[in-house]
Design a protein around this ligand. Structure first.
Ligand SMILES: Cc1cc2nc3c(=O)[nH]c(=O)nc-3n(C[C@H](O)[C@H](O)[C@H](O)COP(=O)(O)O)c2cc1C
Length: 194
């Protein structure tokens, strides 16, 4: 099973990316194979000109195509998800999430826009035929503390939500039927045929 961690913040020291990283580490403990895509690291020119042949974009799209699940992280910007994330989602085919599980998560400055994932992002994900969109995880920046060693120190309610989200995603992934032999998993993308 392969899981994409998709980060949609333009900020280099992003709270949503830190939460995404934390969830990735928890999923790895469940034996999931992870690929990280930070949209801000892709070619901006290619993103804005819908150039799906540009190498960084083509690689990211192939990783999404091969994935069984996508964890999508975004900051809340102007009561919605980030424009950067939308630029990447616009590159996916209309059924680009078909058969995939999706776990949406966001960080925001306050609780005021905690429903942004549900009213703004969820319909977009559904329009791309996601197999199942799990309950969203939302945290404010001040619920994401730092421990003395720099590690993420989640407020108790968020830690509970994260544990639930990870457990649900991992258990639903266990229910996904194995791929047919003709359809290689993401790790086999570069394998040399025998
Ligand atoms: C341009 C911009 C717009 C924002 N708009 C909102 C908003 O509408 N509602 C909100 O709760 N927070 C808003 N914020 C705060 C961010 O959502 C918050 O700081 C978030 O944790 C940033 O995540 P990031 O570090 O992953 O980019 C905004 C921040 C910026 C820079």
């Amino acid at each position: 099973m392969s899981v994409i961690l998709l980060g949609g913040s333009p900020a280099p020291h992003s709270s949503s990316s830190r939460l995404l990283q934390h969830i990735g580490e928890r999923l790895a403990l469940h034996g999931q194979r992870l690929h990280r895509i930070e949209v801000r690291d892709l070619s901006a020119t290619a993103l804005l000109s819908l150039d799906t042949d540009e190498p960084s974009i083509a690689r990211a799209l192939a990783q999404v195509r091969q994935a069984d699940a996508v964890v999508v992280a975004t900051p809340v910007y102007k009561a919605a998800y980030s424009g950067l994330l939308k630029a990447f989602l616009d590159l996916l085919p209309q059924d680009g999430l078909a058969g995939k599980l999706v776990l949406p998560l966001a960080t925001g400055g306050s609780q005021s826009h905690m429903l942004a994932l549900d009213y703004a992002l969820r319909p977009v994900l559904a329009s791309m035929a996601a197999r199942s969109i799990l309950p969203s995880i939302y945290a404010t920046s001040d619920q994401l503390g730092r421990g003395l060693d720099g590690s993420l120190n989640l407020a108790a309610p968020i830690a509970v939500r994260v544990a639930q989200g990870v457990e649900q995603l991992a258990s639903e992934l266990r229910l996904v039927a194995p791929r047919p032999a003709s359809e290689p998993a993401a790790k086999d993308l570069h394998a040399v045929p025998a």
